[in-house]
Structures are given as structure tokens and as C-alpha cells.
Design a protein around this ligand. Structure first.
Ligand code: ADP
Ligand code: MG
Length: 372
């Protein structure tokens, strides 16, 4: 995806005011009626409509007149709101090249004035999801809060909270710098995803380190749930860093055992195939840890979680609420698409330009965070 941040420079205060008004309107409208945007933004002399045209030209908004005249934010529009906020907070001053395309994210280099380069992850939940089957539609029928904006914001918040907590507990993760909307800024990891690494000096050591991480996480009460060669970075000294945390769960999750075994299995499979490691032989000789293993050398979940953790509970208290966790988990497990969660019938009802809660005070408050 192209992120032409040059446009940022040409956007005025009014542009951001209207963009933010659309964002506010999206709290209860999939498509925000134009007159509602106008009322929220409350620009003088019909100024809103001119600004809307400009924002549309730069692809920051999408226009929809199928049911009524209205707009919604595009990914780019949402990106700009987050980036502007980060720039104003002094987190970074420039956005550089794209360094990663995840399943549900885009990753860019960003830089501070002093030249320090960091990584910015823009979450895009819903991008790869397909039209879910009817049962899923029914299941989410009246939950119009399930849209990509909301889910991407939750994913970012969760990733940031987990990264910070993991770092504080000594796990090799990027340094979590800041988070706003669907955007997480973190330190840039030098190195490559394991999937790109064809040769290792010490594959067995790296393997032990990685399996050790899964076990160590579980001892802290957590399971990564997407622990594979795409989410493990290796540098030239074969130092391991793990990334990508929005799908992590607590060991008390009902499918914890399955997720844990799957994480372990991915690593065993990958190292067996790519580096020809044979595990049966190894399981006899190296076992200086307390962790019980199966004959195949795979650590057993139950032996670890007997003594498990506190970090999952600590995180539950970090502002990332149980409801947040439930919402995002339902999405991840059900892979429910953005389209499938908009409740169209309700939308047309609620578009009677109800502006309760959208007074300009609210808008000014938000704008203070993105305007200088
Ligand atoms: P997704 O959730 O979409 O899979 P990831 O967090 O796994 O996103 O990131 C996708 C890719 O971007 C990674 O495989 C990696 O190549 C790159 N990447 C992500 N975070 C960093 C980082 N902090 N430093 C360097 N590269 C990164
Ligand atoms: Mg990933």
C-alpha cells in the first residue's frame, strides 16, 4: 500500500478537523452522513463540503451515496490521523520506506530528527478476511462496533500493552515506543525474519532459545499463538527477537493447550525441515530444565502451566480490558470480515443524524491531540 506522506504537509487545520469529524461519526455510523459531518466539524460558511472534496481527492475518505450521502475514512485517512498525532507528540518526524507487509498490517520505517530509525506498524484488521458465512453474520448482527477501525485500534493497543509488558519481564521483543489509534511505534530490529534465513551457525542453540521462549512465555501465563518463522527475527549474531503480539492469549484460555502445542509444533517442523534437526536423539541428552517433555522432545503444556504466571493477570489490569480481549479474540478466531459486521439495517435507522455525544467540545478535545 502506498503511503504518500507528502500530502500531510498540504493538509490544513480544517482538513484535519473534518477528517476527525468523520472519525467521530464512525463511532456509530459505517458511513457518516455528510450533514452530520458538517455539524460535528462546524466550520463556517459551508466550509466542510469544500474540505470533504479535498480529502476525497487525496483518498483519505471514501464517498458513498448508495443509501444516503455520506463518507467513511479510508485506511489512508486513518493512517494520517495516527501519523499526525505521532508527529505532534514528537515520536518521529518522517515516514520512510515500507519494510514489511504482514497479513493484517503494513510496517514502515520512521525516523526521528536525530536520524534514529524505528518501525511503525499500522494494523489493518479485516484486510485479508473473507465474507464470512451466514452463521457468523448472525452472530455479530447487532454489534455495529465491530468495524475495522475499532478492531485495528484494539489490535494496536493490545500489541503495545503486550510488547511493553514482555519487555519489562526481559523477553527479547522490540522496544515499545508509543501507540495511537491503529498504529504502534517500536524499535527497529536489525535482522531478518527466520523464514528468510537459509543457514545458521548454531541451529541447535537457536532452536533451544526459541523453544525456551515459548516455554518461558507459558510460565508467565501467556501463549503467543502465531509463533512461527515469520514472527521470529534473527540478526547476524543469531540473536532472536520475537514480534507480532495481537493474537496472544492467556494460559487460562479454553484452547490454550492447542495453541501452545501448535506454537511448539511450528518450530519443530520448521527446524526439522530447514536445518535438518532431529529431535528424538536430542531429547535424551539435553535436559537441564525442569520442563517435562514428551518422547519427541516437545515440552508438555500441563507441566509448565502448573506453576504458571502472573503476566496474563497483570495485562488484564493494564487498560486492555476483558471486553477488548473478547472482541478481538472473536474476530481472530472467527475471522469475521469488516463487511460482515456492519449492521446495515441499523445503520439506516441511526442515520437520522443523531449527534448526541458528538458536540464540538468532544471534537476539540480530540483535535488538541492532533493539532499543534
Ligand atoms: P503481521 O501481524 O501483519 O504479521 P508483523 O508484526 O509480523 O505483522 O510484521 C510483518 C513483518 O514486518 C515482519 O515479518 C518483519 O519482517 C517486519 N517487521 C515487523 N516489526 C519489525 C521491527 N520492529 N523491526 C524490523 N522489522 C519488523
Ligand atoms: Mg507476523
Amino acid at each position: 500500500m502506498k503511503l504518500d506522506v507528502d500530502v500531510l504537509r498540504y493538509l490544513s487545520k480544517d482538513d484535519f478537523r473534518v477528517l476527525t469529524a468523520v472519525e467521530l461519526g464512525m463511532r456509530n455510523h459505517e458511513i457518516v452522513p455528510s450533514d452530520l459531518i458538517d455539524r460535528i466539524a462546524s466550520l463556517k460558511h459551508g466550509g466542510t463540503y469544500k474540505v470533504l472534496k479535498n480529502l476525497l481527492k487525496h483518498k483519505l475518505l471514501h464517498h458513498d451515496s448508495s443509501k444516503y450521502d455520506g463518507f467513511r475514512l479510508t485506511y489512508l485517512g486513518y493512517d494520517f490521523l495516527a501519523i499526525k498525532t505521532m508527529v505532534n507528540r514528537g515520536v518521529f518526524t518522517a515516514v520512510g520506506r515500507q519494510i514489511g507487509v504482514g497479513k493484517e498490517s503494513d510496517i514502515f520505517e520512521v525516523a526521528r530528527e536525530d536520524g534514529t530509525v524505528m518501525a511503525m506498524k499500522l494494523h489493518r484488521l479485516g484486510r485479508t478476511s473473507f465474507r464470512a458465512v451466514k452463521t457468523k453474520r448472525d452472530y455479530l448482527r447487532h454489534r455495529s462496533s465491530y468495524n475495522w477501525l475499532y478492531l485495528s485500534r484494539l489490535a494496536a493497543l493490545k500489541e503495545y500493552a503486550f510488547m511493553k509488558a514482555l519487555e519489562e519481564h526481559g523477553f527479547p521483543v522490540p522496544n515499545a515506543v508509543d501507540c495511537n489509534r491503529h498504529c504502534v511505534v517500536m524499535s527497529l530490529i536489525q535482522g531478518y525474519p527466520l523464514v528468510q534465513v537459509k543457514q545458521l551457525q548454531n541451529p541447535e542453540t537457536v532452536f533451544d532459545t526459541i523453544i525456551g521462549l515459548v516455554v518461558h512465555l507459558a510460565e508467565h501465563g501467556l501463549i503467543h499463538c502465531d509463533f512461527n518463522e515469520f514472527n521470529i527475527m534473527i540478526d547476524d549474531d543469531e540473536k532472536v527477537t520475537m514480534i507480532d503480539f495481537p493474537q496472544m492469549v492467556s494460559v487460562s484460555h479454553r484452547n490454550a493447550q492447542m495453541y501452545f502445542d501448535r506454537d511448539i509444533e511450528c518450530i519443530f517442523k520448521f527446524f526439522g525441515k530447514r536445518f535438518n534437526l532431529s529431535f528424538e536423539e536430542r531429547s535424551d541428552d539435553v535436559d537441564d530444565s525442569e520442563v517435562e517433555t514428551e518422547e519427541s522432545g516437545r515440552p508438555t503444556f500441563s507441566s509448565i502451566t502448573k506453576t504458571a504466571g502472573f503476566l496474563d493477570k497483570e495485562l488484564a489490569a493494564s487498560g486492555f480490558t476483558t471486553k477488548d480481549q473478547d472482541d478481538i479474540q472473536k474476530f481472530i478466531e472467527g475471522n469475521v470480515a469488516e463487511d460482515d459486521v456492519s449492521d446495515n439495517e441499523h445503520e439506516s435507522e441511526s442515520c437520522q443524524t443523531n449527534i448526541k455525544g458528538f458536540d464540538s467540545l468532544n471534537l476539540d478535545q480530540i483535535l488538541r491531540t492532533i493539532e499543534k
